[in-house]
Design a binder for this molecule. Structure first.
Ligand code: PLP
Length: 409
């Protein structure tokens, strides 16, 4: 007797990174060193004081179940942090902790959407959103951001995409996979439109402090009063502690008109008992005091220099172009199809992996209507990135030198 997955599970789609995992494992088994530019996982260590806070929690026996929505002290720490950054006064009941931002997003969508409700997601996007929308039985609708507009959607595009069943808009700022950072002006226009149409806004701001040069991160919650705004954050990226599995959602705007919804979220949190407890105790420490991420993103800092190495690598390439990433830790690189008319992002990613042992994600896996982009993380050090660009150029040059394929009937 074979046990099969449910029809629901059949509808879920594996991310591209997962899909190539077997090939990567096989290459590694054969002793090949694969350079992984696929996973957005900072490879540098969690700051020592955050580690110490987690260890202390374990040693002091702070490992019992906490309230489902997270410890009060920790939710107060999140409120304090928001007050420091934005001046806005939050109460702990506006914060719900979870096992990473990903679970917070999942619960927030599940508690809000009915089957058939429509959710607007700007594309290209972080691949988890549509799957989470699917899990709620709702329907994802995509608005493709223009490369010429720095991969940000406009209020006019959003207005055009609205339909009677639209309930929710999910933004990601700074964005994965493009590194786009929305301006205050654009976010204000999007917020006003959402308010006029009673749409809930969700803003995934997990990369909020990872910005470069003169880019200014503006929290959507500060611009949104008349509708409900849910903001997601966590320890994974800015605090380099992704395995601690701690994230949270903070609600703002029309919270007084959202009591039933927020109670439903408490219920969902209760279904999972509570989020990882030593991780929760690390949050208070992580959010307070000096934030080393600022140094990493400034000239001389590792993230800054790696992003610079990516921009240099693109500038030196005969085939590549790039909208300068202004935040996060990704670059969404375009390929010149005048020079490479038969370029296909998936075939390129496969060739690069098999021949040069470099793992990148094809752009179309982030749901673009074009197939001439790919995403890399800007995490490896400069030397390694320079090596990566040489290997890419080799593959691209090789396909440019290949005689054109004859059309077959
Ligand atoms: N949101 C975005 C946009 C991401 O890129 C990622 C991870 O890559 C996450 C959320 C995951 O956050 P967490 O580890 O807190 O679940």
């Amino acid at each position: 007797m074979h046990f099969q997955e449910s029809e629901f599970a059949q509808r879920l789609q594996a991310s591209e990174t997962l899909a190539v995992a077997t090939l990567v494992a096989d290459l590694r088994k054969r002793g090949k060193k694969v350079i992984d530019l696929g996973a957005g996982e900072p490879d540098f260590d969690t700051p020592a004081h955050i580690k110490a806070a987690g260890v202390a929690a374990i040693q002091e026996g702070k490992t019992k179940y906490t309230p489902n929505v997270g410890t009060l002290a920790l939710r107060e720490a999140v409120c304090h942090k928001i007050k420091q950054e934005t001046g806005a006064r939050y109460e702990p009941k506006q914060i719900v902790m979870s096992n990473g931002a990903k679970q917070a997003i999942h619960n927030a969508i599940l508690a809000l959407c009915n089957p058939g409700d429509e959710v607007i997601i700007p594309a290209p996007y972080w691949v988890s959103y549509p799957e989470q929308v699917k899990m709620a039985g709702a329907v994802a609708r995509f608005v493709v951001s223009a490369e010429a507009n720095g991969f940000k959607i406009t209020a006019a595009q959003l207005a055009e995409a609205l339909a009677p069943k639209t309930k929710l808009v999910i933004l990601n700022n700074p964005g994965n996979p493009t590194g786009a950072v929305y301006s205050r002006e654009c976010l204000t226009a999007l917020a006003r439109l959402a308010e006029r149409h009673n749409l809930v806004l969700m803003s995934d701001e997990i990369y909020d402090q990872i910005v470069y040069d003169d880019a200014q991160f503006v929290p959507l919650a500060t611009l949104c009063n008349e509708t409900l705004c849910a903001t997601f954050s966590g320890l994974s990226k800015v605090y380099r502690a992704c395995g601690y599995r701690v994230g949270w959602v903070s609600f703002s705007g029309a919270v007084d008109r959202s009591e039933r919804y927020m109670s439903a979220l408490d219920l969902l949190a209760a279904l999972r008992l509570c989020s990882n407890v030593p991780g929760q105790w690390a949050v208070q420490t992580a959010l307070g005091g000096f934030q080393s991420i600022g140094k990493l993103c400034a000239p001389g800092g590792r993230l800054y220099q790696s992003r610079q190495a990516v921009m240099d690598g693109v500038a030196q390439s005969r085939f590549l172009r790039l909208v300068r990433p202004r935040g996060a830790m990704y670059a969404f690189i375009g390929v010149d199809t005048q020079k490479l008319p038969s370029f296909d992002d998936e075939a390129f990613a496969m060739e690069l992996l098999e021949q040069q042992h470099v793992l990148v994600a094809p752009g179309s896996s982030f749901n673009t209507p074009y197939r001439d982009h790919f995403r890399i993380t800007t995490l490896p050090d400069e030397g390694r990135l320079a090596e990566v660009f040489q290997r890419m150029e080799h593959v691209l040059q090789h396909s440019a030198d290949r005689p054109p394929q004859l059309e077959t009937a």
